[in-house]
Design a protein around this ligand. Sequence first.
Ligand code: SAM
Ligand code: SF4
Length: 333
Amino acid sequence: MTVPVDLARPLADRFGRVHRDLRISVTDRCNFRCTYCMPAEGMDWHPRSDLLTFEELTRVATVCVERFGFDSIRLTGGEPTVRARLPHLVEMLSPLGVDLALTTNGSTLTTMAHDLHAAGLDRINISLDSLQPERFAALTRRDELPRVLDGIRAAVAAGFDPVKVNVVVVRGVNDDEIVDFARFGRDEGVVVRFIEFMPLDAEQKWTSGSVLPSAEIVAAIDAVFPLEAIERGSDPAQTHRYLDGTGAVGVIGTVTEPFCSSCDRVRLTADGQLRACLFATDETDLRTLLRSGGTDDDLEAALVATVAGKWAGHGISEVSFTRPTRSMSEIGG
Ligand code: SAM
Ligand code: SF4
């Protein structure tokens, strides 16, 4: 199907930011329990009937693409690959012709990478926060480092290029592995990207002191493998190439170098709530709209209204900052 994007109009907010990137959380559930994301026990999962069906997700995505010219969709969660028949959702979204990406913890990719690629997935980001088995097990509460490493290799073998590996750096927890990760990326032919720890952890352990600024991360790598910054554009990641030509590495400075002024994202939670920002404190209930006979015009109006209320920036460093009531796994990272 060819989408008539020429009929689309830009979904702009009051600061002139045009939104073209939809992040869809396909489940709030996960097979890991990363300490900075979820508590060990006691997560209150949404009942299955709360989750948007593949048809409902595809409908929202189609409105975003056809009415507003969205050009990228990312599937995330929770752990998106624990949602049954994920490759089928990819098949349903693929005809929209947008850049279709997935964020995953990598634990199921040995069996799924090929199917996801064949279904039309364009890009894959895999999260990995330690290369040390014991630390990995402590961080994720699952002893599965070898599976994730095999998953990364399976993604490369399936033809995803580049495969990106996202590392959340927490000061005093894994900041001694920055150069090891840089070496890992160079050796494995994957692009490692370091992400600053954000105040979205379910257990609320975040403090500003636990954030390792991107500038420090770059300096640590540059001291061992000299780097040169690549012009950034609107990408939240600042990419640096290795001067010896062995690939690139990125940093995402959400806290110390916010990219809010060029943000082009809206998010759909697994239970069908639309959010204009990861840190938003309000949501628009698309699930009720979808299930009560809402038309595509109604969906269009809901998108316009949600984005109209978007704020200029998350303001993490300001005293007035209020943490969202949901954690990253519920909103969709
Ligand atoms: N389960 C998948 C995964 O781990 O890749 C997708 C969902 S996860 C919520 C998406 C991303 O959010 C992961 O890269 C994870 O490391 C990151 N994340 C979760 N909590 C975070 C926090 N408090 N600060 C920064 N990144 C966080
Ligand atoms: Fe699961 Fe991803 Fe959260 Fe880890 S970061 S607990 S893998 S959703």
